[in-house]
Write a protein that binds this ligand. Structure first.
Ligand SMILES: Cc1cc2nc3c(=O)[nH]c(=O)nc-3n(C[C@H](O)[C@H](O)[C@H](O)COP(=O)(O)OP(=O)(O)OC[C@H]3O[C@@H](n4cnc5c(N)ncnc54)[C@H](O)[C@@H]3O)c2cc1C
Ligand code: SF4
Ligand code: SF4
Length: 1007
């Protein structure tokens, strides 16, 4: 990354413009209401999409109003600065990166402008996310059916830009078949409504009329060439849709055969115009669905059968191959779902979905499928899945396919460049066989999956683009292209052209059509300022200077505080066998390679489920998103943000709102663990900048806690003495709006016996009382003790053998980046607990963030086998009780409670470790108690985060996303259950309700 805004910009191959980025930035600040992000780190965060490329933009602008876009386009035009519209930036081909002013529509320009239920149409702004639109439409019984895999984050503007296609395109078509109109700004600032040709022509301004005439004339002139050159398949998204005048797609663009000029903008990747509003055709939500899973013992047979299956009229036929099946089976979350779909050990499965208004009809089609497979020589090969919840779960596994593959460690990655070639179904079997041979010839392999119904199978050969991968990429692309030509298919069948495939537009459509495309481009954008270098006048796909990992890219040497060696590996592209930890050649010991796992797919931008990423959910800023953080870190550790960038303010700002919830550790497809990365960052940052008084106060809490507890009345004065809270805000930065946890002098450990007295031979358990449940909420520890005792366990209480100070997991030190101190605490804890572990005694704890540290960070301190053994024995109280109950060993008599419902909020770390279900199971043991889980992300308190004055607002906003409203809605007779100390405080502060630990609920229910 350059220190200053670049002065020269490549507009398209060979053409350069001089620009003054600083002046542009200052005018944008003065003349618009949008956010102007021209600093180095922000530009770095917008330099990548989900492709292999990285190009530094001139600046980033986040328009608040439509007028802001108009002004920005005008200013950019005046400065001869290219413009690049952006939605979620999930494109795989590099069409969303460029040396341009990037305009991010996703934060503010995401409204629904008009809706006509009868006509089944909606008009939206370009930044609206597909899932959000569909959630809004659901109560009306409608949806927008272009169901791309990235539905949770991709925007309608981006979908139109790419002519995106969903799994059910066989039935609903691609984006181009579902867009009715686009209001767009042209390069010269004119705003035009693109729609049916005749209507448009009638009301058009002279400039627009001239444009229409040019387009129509070029299309008429090229009538024959279009017929000769355009692939006759549904899935063709390369080049411009000049065939709207002479349709070549298997599916007509319009129902009445008329020309709609909005369709020319669809798939144009922002190179012709800037979409302001899109009018979309909606479809009724299917009322009934049935799913048949056809099991094949031979991959080719699956490919060959597809052409026959589509004749039954399914809405989708999707492939999952053996590798993907095995990857899914090895994932505990997916295994039970996948097992239900399998008959024996198939080589491939096809998911065949029928959908419509009538359930009986869909079920009949499912029977037809079984009969067809019998006719094709595969009787008994279909699993009929009627249950919609099971169907949905299986679709989730299919959608997760690519992401599962992307978790491969090392520099070799599955690369997207021929991943969506489309071939006619009759050639699918031969095409896949031959391409597989091509991969083998080049010493790699690919996993096949996705849209069999339309001949668009996804496949990504594993290539190391930092070494020999680039040459292999070109060689494979050339061989794949010749196969595609032989089978009369489309080289670009789903993901667009961008940087990786624009070079192939010429190859696909021929020089004459390429000339026509250039004429279209020039008519719309005479100065070449709209996303230059894409579709026409492209750079080479293997121009390594445009790669994310450019020649000379190197991780900077760094002595890390945590062990990252598991990422410091390389993998074999064919077997995917990973080398020994520490052998990957990363000068930062694996830290950089762990960061580089982020492939920018943007899954962390999802909103509606899971934990990831609360700070993005409340800010909608790329800077406060897992992806934005990973990119900032990657640029810093590879020296692209200047010297000592890891400890710079820019990195600190990006890390600031990360609450360490570990949502990404669980939800990110490639396992980005930003919480751990933040700890590593803080370690270096604090070493350079020192600790604040507040940091010291929080970090050292376990050390001074014994004294504080003795002086509890004095220590608690902060919340009683008038003005004390305000002073604590001024001096320590602790929000005066918060009450602090109250010290107790009757701590658990001060009165707990060393162990219980029970019958000889009783099963043993050791209870770990963390700092919070010992000093602040000792009733929880006492409750757990009583419950375990009542269930007949021989309960030991964990203590340090040689010193009075209680054991500690070290989390408060981690929060301040004091990894060495945290390591010391871990050492004490391991030493004290190992004798129990050696005897097979489970270690049971109460506070998720403390206990689960033993299963997470303890493994990164370099303690090897000892830490691993403790991790295997450490479990949360509810995990232990649920395990014992499942094994039929739990002897606990429970009675009904006065409350009949428990509303449960899972702590983020419980979610990250799949430990919420056990709480539900344990509460379910109480007679008559119904358990309702709140679909919540982080509560927002996150240790000391929410107590800090500068984070108070964000913290409350996180709570308000779903947790606090759900608690407020609960009746007074509903139990609120939350195992996290900080979650309980957030609930008390934000909803004025007391939440209790599950141990206390069980204690109250003891018969
Ligand atoms: C894991 C994964 C799975 C995917 N699965 C699918 C799939 O199933 N089907 C599919 O089709 N694609 C898929 N994609 C590709 C991508 O997600 C889609 O193309 C998506 O629709 C892009 O939306 P976006 O908001 O991220 O667009 P962006 O990447 O932000 O933009 C896409 C293009 O549109 C242009 N653009 C954006 N807004 C405007 C505007 N207002 N005016 C003019 N031009 C604009 C941009 O300049 C760019 O050229 C997948 C990608 C990933 C990483
Ligand atoms: S952090 Fe994870 S989910 Fe987000 S873009 Fe990177 S890889 Fe995808
Ligand atoms: S740890 Fe939580 S807040 Fe931080 S990046 Fe991951 S999901 Fe976002």
């Amino acid at each position: 990354m350059n220190d200053t805004v670049p002065a020269k910009v490549l507009l398209s191959a060979g053409v350069q413009a001089r620009i003054d980025g600083q002046e542009l930035a200052s005018r944008l600040r003065k003349e618009t209401t949008g956010e102007v992000l021209f600093d180095r780190a922000s530009r770095g965060r917008y330099a990548t999409d989900a492709s292999i490329y990285q190009i530094e933009p001139i600046g980033v602008f986040v328009p608040r109003l439509e007028e802001d876009v108009a002004i920005a386009l005008e200013l950019a035009r005046g400065a001869r600065v290219p413009v690049l519209a952006r939605g979620a930036g999930t494109s795989q081909c590099g069409q969303t990166v460029g040396a341009a002013l990037v305009l991010d529509n996703s934060k503010y320009l995401n409204g629904i402008i008009a809706f006509d239920k009868e006509a089944m149409t909606v008009t939206v702004q370009p930044g609206i996310v597909l899932d959000h639109l569909n959630a809004w439409l659901k109560p009306h019984g409608l949806w927008f059916p272009v169901d791309v895999s990235t539905a949770a984050q991709c925007t309608l503007g981006g979908m139109a830009g790419n002519n995106s296609c969903g799994s059910r395109s066989l039935y609903y078509g691609n984006m181009v078949h579902n867009v009715l109109g686009i209001d767009a700004w042209l390069a010269d600032g004119v705003c035009a409504s693109f729609g049916p040709l005749e209507t448009m022509r009638a009301g058009a301004a002279p400039r627009v009329r001239a444009l229409i005439d040019t387009v129509a004339a070029v299309a008429a002139r090229e009538h024959e060439e279009i017929a000769a050159r355009y692939p006759k398949v549904l899935r063709r998204v390369g080049g411009y849709n000049l065939d709207i005048f002479n349709p070549q797609s298997e599916r007509p663009y319009t129902l009445d055969g008329s020309v709609n000029l909005a369709h020319l903008l669809v798939g144009s990747e922002g190179t012709l115009a800037y979409s302001r509003r899109l009018t979309l055709k909606l479809a009724p939500l299917p009322k009934a669905k049935s799913l048949g899973i056809v099991n094949f013992t031979n991959f080719s047979k699956a490919m060959d059968s597809t052409q026959h299956i589509v004749k039954l009229g399914p809405v989708a036929v999707e492939l999952v191959d053996r590798t993907m099946i095995e990857l899914a089976l090895s994932n505990p979350a997916f295994r039970p779902t996948v097992e239900k779909a399998l008959i024996g050990k198939p080589d491939a499965i096809l998911l065949v979905e029928f959908a419509g208004l009538d359930k009986a009809e869909q079920d009949r089609k499912l029977k037809d499928l079984s009969a067809l497979m019998g006719d094709l020589g595969l009787p008994g090969s279909v699993v009929e899945m009627a249950n919609e919840a099971e169907q949905k779960a299986l679709w989730e596994v299919r959608k997760a396919g690519l992401n599962i593959m992307m978790s491969l460690k090392g520099d070799g990655k599955p690369v997207s460049f021929i991943e969506d070639c489309a071939v006619p179904l009759e050639h699918l079997a031969e095409y896949t066989d031959r391409l597989t041979e091509v991969f083998a010839k080049h010493g790699t392999r690919g996993t096949w999956y996705a849209h069999a119904s339309v001949g668009t199978l996804h496949v990504r050969p594993i290539l190391d683009l930092r070494r020999d991968g680039s040459a292999k990429m070109r060689a494979i692309a050339e061989e794949a292209a010749s196969l595609v030509r032989q089978y009369k298919g489309a080289f670009s069948g789903e993901h667009g052209d961008g940087l990786v495939r624009s070079e192939w537009v010429d190859w696909q459509f021929g020089q004459r059509m390429m000339g026509a495309f250039c004429e279209i481009k020039d008519a719309f954008d005479p100065d070449g300022l709209m996303n230059p270098g894409k579709i026409v006048r492209a750079t080479k796909m293997d121009d390594r200077s445009l790669y994310r990992f450019k020649p000379g890219y190197a991780e900077q040497p760094l002595r890390t505080s945590l062990d990252w060696s598991a990422w410091n590996v390389q993998a074999d592209p064919v077997t995917e066998a990973v080398g020994a930890p520490g052998t990957g050649g990363d000068a930062s010991g694996g830290f950089a390679k762990a960061i580089e796992m982020c492939n920018n797919n943007g899954h962390c931008r999802k909103f509606d489920s899971g934990t990831m990423c609360p700070s993005y959910r409340v800010t909608k800023d790329e800077q406060h998103l897992t992806r934005g953080r990973a990119n900032t870190l990657r640029l810093a550790v590879s020296g692209q943000l200047g010297p000592d960038a890891l400890t710079s303010d820019a990195v600190a700002e990006s890390m600031d709102l990360c609450v360490g919830c570990k949502g990404c550790k669980r939800d990110c497809p490639t396992g980005i663990d930003m919480a751990r990365m933040k700890t590593e960052f803080l370690y270096h940052y604090r070493k350079r900048h020192g600790l604040t008084l507040k940091d010291r106060l929080v970090a050292n809490l376990p050390r001074y806690a014994p004294w504080a507890a003795r002086l509890a009345p004095l220590m608690n004065l902060r919340d009683r003495l008038p003005g004390a809270a305000a002073l604590s805000e001024k001096w320590l930065g602790l929000s005066a709006k918060r009450s602090l946890p109250r010290w107790r002098s009757d701590t658990f450990l001060s009165s707990a016996p060393a162990s219980t007295h029970v019958a000889a031979g009783a099963p043993e358990v050791v209870l770990f009382a963390d700092t919070f449940n010992n000093y602040f909420e000792s009733d929880n520890a006492r409750a757990a003790f009583r419950v375990l005792q009542a269930a007949g366990y021989h309960v030991h209480v964990a203590r340090a053998p040689d010193e009075p100070r209680p054991l500690c997991c070290g989390r408060t030190y981690l929060a301040a980046g004091q990894v060495d101190e945290a390591r010391q605490e871990a050492r004490r804890t391991i030493d004290a607990l190992l004798p129990y572990v050696a005897r097979g005694v489970p270690v049971v704890g109460l506070e998720p963030s403390c206990l689960l540290t033993m299963r997470d960070e303890f493994l990164a301190y370099g303690f090897g086998e000892e830490a691993r053994r403790l991790a295997e024995s450490a479990m949360l109280f509810e995990e232990f009780i649920a395990r014992e109950a499942k094994a039929g060993r739990l002897n606990l008599k429970l009675k009904a409670l006065p409350q009949s419902t428990a509303l449960l909020h899972g702590h983020c770390h419980q979610k990250a470790f799949d430990a919420v279900k056990p709480v539900e199971q344990v509460l379910g043991l109480i007679p008559g108690l119904a358990v309702k889980l709140i679909e919540s992300s982080c509560c927002g308190m996150a240790g000391s985060f929410g107590y800090e004055a500068r984070h108070y607002e964000v913290s409350m906003k996180m709570g308000e996303l779903s947790l606090l409203p759900a608690v407020r809605q609960a009746g007074p007779d509903t139990l609120i259950v939350a195992d996290g100390t900080s979650c309980r405080h957030q609930i008390a502060d934000g909803a004025q309700r007391e939440a209790v630990h599950v141990a206390r609920v069980l204690e109250a229910a003891l018969a």
